[in-house]
Design a protein around this ligand. Structure first.
Ligand code: CU
Length: 92
């Protein structure tokens, strides 16, 4: 789900997305207990984003706990792919 934030800049209203993930590459995202997010790519591999919105490297096989108490095993460590999915639209 996209959270839209309205910012008043120079008298005009600009809608920005605080969640700029290219969802065409990401199958789903899972919120973790510590506030970070795991993005699951369509090929089953994962990338991690910490609670500050930065892409983080994590060892494959690491067990993470989701917000609702389930366990997720880290598959892959798609740092660069996630970086591109999250921030690729910032580049020209
Ligand atoms: Cu992880």
């Amino acid at each position: 789900m996209m959270k839209k934030t309205l910012l008043a800049i120079g008298g005009g209203l600009i809608a920005i997305s605080s969640f700029a993930v290219d969802m065409s590459k990401v199958d789903k995202s899972i919120e973790l207990k510590d506030g970070s997010t795991v993005y699951l790519f369509k090929d089953g591999k994962m990338g991690m984003e910490n609670k500050f919105g930065r892409v983080e490297s994590m060892k494959e096989g690491h067990i993470m706990e989701t917000k609702d108490g389930r366990r997720v095993v880290m598959i892959g460590n798609e740092v660069w792919r996630l970086e591109e999915a999250l921030h690729g639209d910032h580049r020209n």
